[in-house]
Design a protein around this ligand. Structure first.
Ligand code: ARG
Length: 284
């Protein structure tokens, strides 16, 4: 797609007389490599792979930030290293791009600001939002999600009206936090913000919060982990909107189209579906 745009652009400029028409004869391959070079920002290195030039913070490496406390998308495995669907997906993307992937576990709330300086990409079940788009670009969406409500089993909370006057637990800086904050701003709720979602669920069990708002799949995992104690309710009951997960990338980076290309290939060759059944469906 990038090739197409670059070619089209040079053709348009040529017609407009703004650039030498000879550049139109440049092959699509050359057009792409020169546009990748142009977008290399100071301090980054370039690794040559058969997919073209891939520019990352450290040559030959893709540093991916995540917050490994969000099962089944990311969690710490038995060996203490980040694992989960997103971790497997970014490693598969790295393979396609010829890059070694290093996954860094960090606070969810600092991921967006770290993209392009501490990390090359953030992959963390991160929902595409208008606010985040001010700071980063997103890959094509790879998973559809919705916020769920976790309540103590037997709770009478069942619809949006029931949230009034309640204390809501959320993970700081998440879309669940944004929904709860809107309720708080309207004077309808109190919000307790946690660095880790599981701490909010523990406080739900202790009775310190009345409900937790969190994405569907982690909600279902927590429901299973705290069996009999908590119940996960579909966000549709509360009129929560559909969200889309995507990988956050530096604004304007050539990595955006490279990651999208790799993602498309993984969908086409069946790897993506395999990871969905291995990590997500099995956890349900
Ligand atoms: N989808 C939500 C958001 O983007 C929550 C993501 C939390 N992810 C995590 N790894 N803790 O805000």
């Amino acid at each position: 797609m990038k090739k197409g745009i670059a070619f089209l652009l040079s053709a348009v400029l040529c017609v407009a007389g703004l650039t030498a028409c000879s550049s139109q004869t440049t092959s699509a391959g050359n057009t792409e490599s020169s546009s990748s070079t142009e977008s290399t920002s100071a301090g980054t290195s370039e690794a040559k792979t058969d997919g073209g030039a891939v520019s990352t913070l450290e040559e030959g490496k893709l540093i991916a930030g995540t917050n490994a406390a969000f099962p089944p998308f990311e969690y710490l495995g038995d060996n203490g290293a980040p694992d989960g669907f997103d971790v497997a997906l970014i490693k598969a993307i790295g393979d396609k791009l010829g890059l070694e992937v290093e996954v860094q576990d960090m606070e969810f709330n600092s991921l967006v600001a770290s993209v392009g300086n501490k990390i090359d990409v953030a992959i963390a079940g991160m929902t595409v939002t208008e606010e985040r788009l001010q700071e980063v670009d997103f890959s094509d969406a790879y998973y559809e999600a919705v916020q769920y409500v976790i309540v103590p089993s037997g709770s009478e909370i069942a619809s949006a009206d029931d949230l009034t006057g309640k204390t809501i637990g959320v993970q700081l800086g998440t879309t669940g936090d944004f929904i709860a904050t809107d309720l708080e701003d309207a004077g309808d709720a109190t919000v307790q913000r946690y660095d880790k979602a599981v701490d909010a669920v523990n406080d739900l069990i202790n009775g310190r919060v009345d409900l937790v708002i969190i994405d569907k799949n982690p909600a279902l995992v927590f429901e299973g982990n705290f069996e009999g104690k908590v119940t996960a309710l579909d966000g549709a009951q509360f009129d929560f909107e559909i969200e889309n997960y995507a990988i956050a990338l530096p604004k304007g980076s050539a990595l955006v189209s490279q990651v999208n290309q790799a993602l498309a290939e993984l969908k086409e060759d069946g790897t993506f579906d395999k990871l969905v059944s291995q990590y997500i469906e099995e956890a349900e």
